[in-house]
Every structure is written in structure tokens, then in C-alpha cells.
Ligand binder design. Structure first.
Ligand code: AMP
Length: 111
């Protein structure tokens, strides 16, 4: 077992209901949903958060952003909110970069 919960999901050592998978990405529901639908999209490779990215990750990040709406649509979400928390000051609790997809209901305004 790794110290990283999401690496353990990628390796299959922890269970998750996969809603999307390709060679670079995995998506699964949050264990503690904050909306009717609450999915997490992660790179399979361990990257701590946005602060850890380098220019070499540009292709991965483009792929991730382009895939987010496909995952949302495949899960019945015509509109959705995407959040990524960066660092403990940003509310990050799991230090393996992930993008939250929230939807399935009309979400309150953010401002
Ligand atoms: P953050 O606060 O942005 O780091 O969000 C961490 C997210 O990971 C939250 O939505 C948690 O509910 C979720 N989470 C933590 N452990 C698991 C797990 N084993 N399976 C699925 N989601 C998890």
C-alpha cells in the first residue's frame, strides 16, 4: 500500500467505482458527495497538485481538461462545476491532484 489513497485506487488496492478510465486518467465518485453527483478525476501518475506541475505535464493537463466535459456528459450532467483545491490553504485534503466534478442539481452561485 502507498501512503496515497488515490495511488491505491489506481493500483486497485483500494476499491472505487470507476466511471471513466484511460491510460492517463481515472474518474470515480467521491466517498463523501457534496452534490447529487460528485465525481473526482485524477491523473494516474502521482502529482501532488497544480503547484507541482511542470511544462512536461502540458499534454496530460490538456487531455484532462478536454476529457472533463466528456466524463460529465457520460454521467448525465449537461452543466457542472469543476473545482481543484491546491494546498492545505486551498482546502486540499488528498495530496494527489484531482478535479471535482459537481452536478446533478442546480448549484448555488459561487460569488
Ligand atoms: P480535497 O479536499 O479537494 O482534497 O478532496 C478530497 C476528495 O477525496 C473528497 O471529495 C473526499 O471525499 C474524496 N475521497 C477521499 N478518500 C476517498 C476514497 N477512498 N474514495 C473516493 N473518494 C475519496
Amino acid at each position: 500500500m502507498s501512503d496515497c489513497v488515490f495511488c491505491n485506487i489506481v493500483s486497485g488496492q483500494l476499491p472505487a467505482q470507476k466511471v471513466y478510465e484511460d491510460d492517463q486518467l481515472l474518474a470515480f465518485p467521491s466517498i463523501d458527495p457534496k452534490a447529487e453527483t460528485h465525481l473526482l478525476v485524477i491523473p494516474k501518475r502521482h502529482i501532488e497538485n497544480l503547484n507541482s506541475l511542470t511544462a512536461e505535464d502540458a499534454g496530460l493537463m490538456a487531455h484532462l481538461l478536454l476529457t472533463l466535459p466528456e466524463i460529465a456528459a457520460a454521467n448525465g450532467l449537461p452543466g457542472f462545476r469543476t473545482i481543484t483545491n491546491t494546498g492545505k490553504e486551498g482546502g486540499q485534503e488528498v495530496f494527489h491532484m484531482h478535479f471535482h466534478i459537481l452536478g446533478g442539481q442546480t448549484l448555488p452561485g459561487f460569488n
